[in-house]
Design a binder for this molecule. Structure first.
Ligand code: A2P
Length: 283
């Protein structure tokens, strides 16, 4: 597995296994076990995915040593603010059954982001977290908060795929050497994307499926990718993207697919309130 170096010196595997919307108490456990067996060494969960405990159990039962697996989780909106965030770090660690997380992200950039960040910086200093980062920061939100942070985030995890390539955000992040992590790297299974004739042609040429071609494009663009699947064959396939290389012309074909728009707008009015209403990690 290829690794990418973060701005804090730590390394992250270029492909991670995302477990958003996979249920706890079985399905996440099974999926993570399959992923680890297939060769993934990077699992991406969140407090608000409600499946940290299955992720932890699957890691423990895998027989793979802890240091070999890169584990990301995320703090939920309800726990923003310095004191609440300190507690949330411990809750995530407890749910995961781990004594450190490789990466912990501010899942949604609303409320007392600065207080939360300070708590994460401290948790990093005492070794509870190796790297800290943010998520769902649009260019405007990124500029507003990151300029006030004492420590730069290692990553910003955002929606990113050929339809929405985050070009403006990438320019900003490049200056800080902050890596982009892509959620919905397959457009959440978007049929139009997966059946795009140019992509299907490349798939035929390289003897890969359309999903693998898309993921390879993203990898060559330098994104850390988090494809999600519950299908064992596709789970294994999505990591098997390092034995071919797209040409510059093919990369250009992909770059032209960008519409500049995704399904999630972090700046939409009421977004924080809706998220809080829909996801409660505790009372
Ligand atoms: P499945 O779980 O049946 O594999 P994203 O990672 O962008 O959220 O996309 C996830 C969606 O894409 C899921 O519906 C998943 O379905 C599907 N998917 C995952 N890998 C592939 C692939 N290689 N080719 C086509 N569809 C895929």
């Amino acid at each position: 597995m290829e690794n990418i170096k973060l701005n804090d010196g730590n390394k992250i595997p270029a492909v991670g296994f995302g477990v958003f919307l996979i249920e706890n108490n079985g399905p996440t456990y099974d999926a993570v076990k399959i992923a680890l067996k297939a060769g993934y060494r990077h699992i991406d969960t969140a407090a608000a995915y409600f499946n940290e405990s299955d992720v932890g159990k699957a890691i423990k039962d895998s027989g793979i040593s802890r240091e070999e697996i890169f584990v990301t989780s995320k703090i939920w909106l309800q726990d923003h603010g310095y004191e609440a965030a300190k507690k949330a770090v411990d809750t995530s660690l407890k749910n995961l059954g781990l004594d450190y997380m490789d990466l912990y992200l501010i899942h949604q950039p609303y409320g007392d982001v600065l207080g939360t960040w300070k708590a994460l910086e401290e948790a990093k200093k005492i070794g509870k977290i190796k790297s800290i980062g943010v998520s769902n920061m649009s260019p405007k939100i990124y500029s507003e908060f990151v300029s006030k942070f004492e420590t730069l985030p290692a990553v910003n995890q955002v929606e990113c795929n050929p339809i929405f390539q985050q070009k403006k955000l990438r320019e900003l992040m490049k200056k800080d050497n902050v890596k982009l992590e892509a959620w919905y790297p397959l457009g959440h299974g978007d049929k139009k994307l997966l059946e795009n004739p140019a992509i299907l042609e490349m798939a035929k040429k390289y003897k890969k499926n359309a999903g693998q071609i898309i993921l390879r494009f993203e990898n060559q663009e330098g994104f850390i990718i988090l494809p999600k699947s519950t299908n064992p064959e596709r789970i294994a396939g999505n990591i098997n993207i390092f034995d071919f290389e797209l040409s510059q012309d093919e990369m250009e074909i992909f770059r032209k697919m960008d519409t500049g728009k995704g399904v999630h707008d972090p700046e939409a009015p009421g977004v924080a309130e809706n998220l809080l209403k829909n996801f409660k990690v505790h009372d």
